[in-house]
Design a binder for this molecule. Structure first.
Ligand SMILES: *[C@@H]1O[C@H](CO)[C@@H](O)[C@H](O)[C@H]1NC(C)=O
Ligand SMILES: *[C@@H]1O[C@H](CO)[C@@H](O)[C@H](O)[C@H]1NC(C)=O
Ligand SMILES: *[C@@H]1O[C@H](CO)[C@@H](O)[C@H](O)[C@H]1NC(C)=O
Ligand SMILES: *[C@@H]1O[C@H](CO)[C@@H](O)[C@H](O)[C@H]1NC(C)=O
Length: 217
């Protein structure tokens, strides 16, 4: 069946709409746009620095040469190379992170609302998991050299199940993907999520709620 002109136009608009919803950060209109971090970001990123002041160092990021600090309750650490630390990423729809884990180290369940992620295990073995919107768990141990992809916005976590330290390099398709920890958002927000809501959501009593909250002060 041939489409009428109106149907064809409608189909084209729908295709455009779907594309703009599923794509990552918007496409740039120039070769590069080293973000000027001294200016308040606009609707979609930072204004470009004067390109005649740009040097090779604006394209290089060195903060991940050393391990992140793993001396904390999670026994893990992260260094986030988002546009705010690496302004050369501005408008490119990319960012990265280095994740370090002591044995048993853990990055608790979280989401990146604005980016899909690929995690490359450079050292060690981690149990890595994704939970989908229909509550299916996809999880297994990934080893040195393997990569897992985590679709945008889905809940995921990683835990070092090896006897040695583990190291992951993550690449995300947003210059500022955001990170939201599930437990910290629910039990550590300011002002607090009302106890009544937590009771009804997690079926916990007041005392347990206070116990969990105390971990996030
Ligand atoms: C960019 O920098 C160059 C060299 O310092 C200068 O001549 C030029 O006026 C600047 N352009 C803008 C838009 O500020
Ligand atoms: C990495 O660690 C070395 C040795 O402690 C230090 O000199 C260097 O400044 C660190 N590099 C970065 C990017 O933090
Ligand atoms: C790592 O973090 C801990 C806890 O905040 C702190 O006491 C320690 O000095 C940090 N270590 C380094 C090397 O920055
Ligand atoms: C540990 O994980 C929690 C999420 O449950 C997070 O809020 C917190 O920032 C993490 N702590 C460190 C030091 O990484």
């Amino acid at each position: 069946m041939a489409l009428s002109k109106a149907q064809a136009v409608l189909a084209a608009f729908l295709a455009l709409f779907v594309f703009s919803v599923v794509s990552s950060d918007p496409d740039p209109l120039q070769d590069f746009c080293i973000g000027d971090l001294n200016v308040v970001p606009g609707i979609n990123g930072f204004p470009c620095r004067n390109s005649s002041t740009v040097t090779v160092d604006d394209f290089i990021y060195s903060e991940i040469v050393n391990s992140s600090n793993t001396t904390n309750i999670n026994r893990s650490g992260a260094i986030f190379g988002t546009v705010r630390r690496f302004p050369g990423l501005n408008t490119l729809g990319l960012s990265l992170a280095r994740l370090d884990f002591l044995p048993g180290g853990f990055i608790p369940p979280h989401t990146h609302p604005r980016g899909s992620e690929m995690v490359y295990v450079e050292e060690g073995s981690v149990y890595a998991a994704i939970v989908t919107t229909d509550n299916r768990l996809f999880a297994r141990v990934i080893n040195r050299g393997e990569v897992m992809v985590i679709p945008r916005g889905l809940i995921h976590w990683q835990m070092n199940v090896g006897r040695t330290n583990a190291k992951i390099i993550a690449i995300l398709n947003s210059q500022f993907p955001g990170i939201q920890f599930i437990a910290a958002s629910m039990f550590g927000s300011r002002p607090e999520v009302p106890s009544e809501v937590l009771k009804k959501t997690f079926f916990l009593d007041e005392r347990t709620i206070e116990q969990v909250r105390s971990k996030f002060v």
